[in-house]
Write a protein that binds this ligand. Structure first.
Ligand code: FES
Ligand code: FES
Length: 152
């Protein structure tokens, strides 16, 4: 089937089969590898994207369900060569180890700070509870979120 998506503001078309995940379409067909495929079961958050502004796991959304909708990936957060404040905060805090979880954490953090510009520690932990880091560098990740607060 043929679907139409607005990805990071760009009108895009893709051919997919009925059971294909949005994550697969983004990564394998449309050239958006930023969203990572780590579990493909909705457990890790590495594939987080915004679908019409709502945070979702792209591995749990069918590409067909996104037909006609807006998708924002981690690639769409930057403004040209200027990193999104959350992306810059992860750099400044040294919050990246292997980096596999990083795109999902950045999208989830950007979503949090857009909804709640001054989150409490508990609110930060709750918002990122669906994003797992296999390198377990959570201290730096939470530092990055605190750095990003006030910059977004
Ligand atoms: S790859 Fe989607 S939640 Fe892990
Ligand atoms: S930095 Fe390696 S999984 Fe998080």
């Amino acid at each position: 089937m043929r679907i139409q998506l607005r990805i990071n503001g760009a009108e895009t078309e893709a051919d997919c089969w009925e059971g294909e995940s949005l994550l697969y379409t983004l990564r394998e067909k449309l050239g958006y590898p930023g969203s990572k495929n780590a579990c493909e079961q909705g457990e890790c958050g590495s594939c987080s994207v915004l679908l019409d502004g709502t945070l979702v796991c792209a591995c749990l959304v069918l590409a067909a369900q996104a037909d006609g909708h807006d998708v924002t990936t981690v690639e769409g957060l930057a403004d040209g060569d200027d990193l999104h404040p959350v992306q810059q905060a992860f750099v400044d805090a040294g919050a990246v180890q292997c980096g596999f979880c990083t795109p999902g954490l950045i999208v989830a953090t950007a979503d949090l700070l857009q909804r709640n510009p001054a989150p409490s520690e508990d609110e930060i932990r709750e918002a990122l509870s669906g994003n797992l880091c296999r390198c377990t560098g959570y201290a730096k990740i939470f530092d990055a979120v605190r750095v990003a607060v006030g910059r977004v």
